[in-house]
Design a binder for this molecule. Sequence first.
Ligand code: ATP
Ligand code: MG
Length: 386
Amino acid sequence: MPLLPGVATLGVMGGGQLGRMFVQAAQSLGYTCLVLDPDAASPAGAVAHEHLRADYLDPAALRELARRCDAITTEFENVPAQALQQLAQSRVVAPGASAVAVCQDRAREKAHFDASGVACAPYAVLRSPADLATVPDSLLPGILKTARLGYDGKGQRRVTDRLQLAEAFSELGEVDCVLEQMLPLALELSVLVVRGADGQVVTYPVQQNLHRDGILAVTEVPAPQVDAALQSQARESAAAIASGLGYVGVLCVEFFVLKDGRLVVNEMAPRPHNSGHYTMNACDLSQFEMQVRAMTGLPLREPRLHSPVVMLNLLGDLWFDAQGVERTPDWAGVLALPGASLHLYGKAQARPGRKMGHLNLIGATAEAARASARQACALLGLPSEW
Ligand code: ATP
Ligand code: MG
């Protein structure tokens, strides 16, 4: 029996923007929502029916969440797996602790890609300085990434030779790391895959992503430079990865397309994803409604992209002029553009690099969406080339 709208209460571990948009989608279906997050200024806490302000491992708060909620999900990758295990003793928890634990550790994640038959970058796992000597020459130049807790390019060092590798490993504190061969990238993609507890899997169209300074800047759908065969391959690979994990919920799988045209999986996130925010305006089912449907056992169905779309990430930099004086971006101008929908996350403090919101620009054609997006970039002071 699904947990029905208007009856059930849903909880989310984590109170950032992803939690906020989850809560908004759940509430519009008629669910009551609770957020657990220690931060008083939590974007999700501000819109939930109730914000439990406590640490993610606080036993009393976890008991309260389990008592009040019929099902619980997460919105950030590093939610303690222990907390999910405790909640799962009495409630539906989706995604489950074991799948989240794989996504939290790059070494386990890569082992799972190998097991799923999906190619990833050649790599080696480094657990101690002694492992440095065993690294094959073929992995250099490469990128050294901490196995845990990296995001937005943090916890990574690009290294060209063994000396730099040893220095980088020491700089990263000799924690468990993965060294990946530096690959010649043509472009970056991601795919949202949704899997229900009954094993049903649906995927969204492929997203083409542009990053600036290690942070997602622009997502375009349909992916303009990816042919149909490669799109199918990416969607099938994402589905295989989710099924192999026994995953329940929304999973985002990031891929590289190499200069020779090959598809290589990069990493995955056990939750809705920044690159999936376009679904809020360009699809008939958003990634957040899918998260609700998957955790409650409501029917999943193939989402339909009804409009080509460009998503622009809005970072805190836009809140400052060239002199560093704080300002409010020209939202009225932006919202006059055809197909523009603004989503701000309710964060009081803008800081450079901080994700403050996103702007979706849909159009009847990809050219129309792109034309609106370029005008938005001009109004906001973003680079209009991508
Ligand atoms: P996210 O914000 O997606 O969590 P992250 O910090 O986990 O990012 P990755 O996605 O692993 O980091 O890498 C960040 C970026 O670095 C990638 O989007 C890609 O542009 C580049 N990159 C990562 N690995 C490689 C590689 N093996 N070869 C070439 N470029 C790479
Ligand atoms: Mg990434």
